[in-house]
Design a protein around this ligand. Structure first.
Ligand SMILES: *Cc1c(COP(=O)(O)O)cnc(C)c1O
Length: 358
């Protein structure tokens, strides 16, 4: 049976978007392709409130985490990673996995970072790059990236700030230029509500300059090489053409909805889940850091989350168990992409019915 996805990726993809992928193949060096990428280009910039290039990769989001960190740190310098859950921890593993000297600061899961914590930690080492996770998908928190970036920028003008916005981009407002961050990346299967396989990354002048100073910055994700092709509305290697058709259609639909309306809808859906979570359970995340795209709920009733999901499957829905160590201790409901308030109300009604919650 078809299950509507309320998991934090892949998310529900509308029929029109699936259809958009069925357009006939075109040559990626042909004018038709450049025309397609040329249509996508300004819409991605509009989505991120930026004049800077927004590069496109045939990859999941993790690929660009790897690609970006290795071009952000010069030899002899270090990276600082902010860890507040399983996905932000991945930045640490990716950075170390690329042989970059890496340090981390951590907060208790369920919390986010405050600007002064990050600025203080940056004073402890010779850092070239800082990684932030806008929305930590395991704990359901959103970090105050704009405030952190402003404080960091004031103290360390040259540091490159890399932001994983995989579970937030296209669902929450990200003002790339105004925030003065250097790389913000996301993949297609979360708030973009596209099938997986595509990643995008906005890159600042500071990021591009830094990349030029890093020998061995890699090949596939090399921002300078990608920029050369971006200027021709192409990519260095073969792009995921079908997904870019879908992206083009989705960006049209996003603009038709209106960006502010889209952010407001995500907040409204999350607010409904949060209110329900408070009424029947406990929210895992601290109130001041609550995410607009995924709510992590503490399993205070000691239910079997996996049984709940089996019962939901029979009714055509799927939610997410807790991530890693939080499995069965928490569960997660995503409010991402093209889900509607009606979808969320329907889902919560079904859960209430299954569990006998009044
Ligand atoms: C899903 C997710 C990732 C991983 O993205 P992929 O596209 O699966 O590589 C990374 N970071 C966050 C915050 C995520 O939610």
């Amino acid at each position: 049976m078809y299950k509507k996805l309320f998991i934090p990726g892949p998310t529900h993809v509308r029929e029109e978007i699936l259809q958009a992928q069925t357009a006939p193949m075109i040559g990626h060096r042909a004018k038709e392709y450049s025309n397609l990428q040329g249509e996508v280009r300004p819409k991605l910039q509009q989505l991120l409130y930026t004049q800077q290039p927004v590069l496109i990769f045939a990859s999941s989001g993790t690929g660009v985490m790897e690609g970006s960190i290795r071009q952000a740190v010069r030899p002899g310098k270090r990276a600082l990673v902010t860890v507040c859950g399983a996905f932000s921890k991945r930045w640490f593993e990716v950075s170390e996995g690329n042989g970059i000297p890496t340090d981390k600061i951590e907060v208790e899961w369920g919390l986010g970072f405050r600007p002064e914590q990050v600025v203080e930690a940056l004073g402890q080492g010779d850092y070239d790059a800082l990684t932030l996770t806008l929305n930590e998908t395991s704990t359901g928190i959103q970090n105050p990236v704009a405030e952190i970036a402003a404080a960091v920028r004031a103290a360390y003008p040259e540091i490159v700030i890399l932001v994983d916005a995989v579970s937030a981009m296209a669902g929450a407002k990200i003002e790339f230029d105004a925030w003065d961050i250097d790389c913000v990346l996301a993949s297609s299967q979360k708030c973009f509500a596209l099938p997986p396989g595509l990643a995008v990354a906005a890159v600042s002048e500071r990021m591009l300059k830094r990349a030029g100073e890093v020998p061995g910055r890699g090949y596939y994700f090399d921002f300078l090489d990608n920029l050369k092709y971006w200027k021709k509305d192409q990519t260095p290697a073969t792009p995921a053409i079908s997904l870019i058709y879908a992206l083009n259609k989705q960006l049209d639909d996003i603009m038709a909805e209106g960006l502010e309306n889209r952010w407001a809808r995500h907040l409204e859906m999350a607010g409904i889940v949060q209110a329900w979570g408070r009424k029947y359970w406990k929210l895992f995340a601290a109130d001041e850091f609550l995410s607009p795209t995924v709510t992590t709920i503490a399993n205070t009733r000691g239910i079997s989350v996996s049984d709940l999901n089996k019962a939901l499957a029979e009714r055509g829905a799927m939610i997410s168990n807790g991530y890693g160590d939080l499995k069965e201790k928490t569960f997660r409901i995503a409010t991402m992409g093209d889900l509607t308030v009606a979808d969320i109300n329907w889902l919560l009604g079904e859960i209430n019915d299954i569990l006998g919650l009044a």
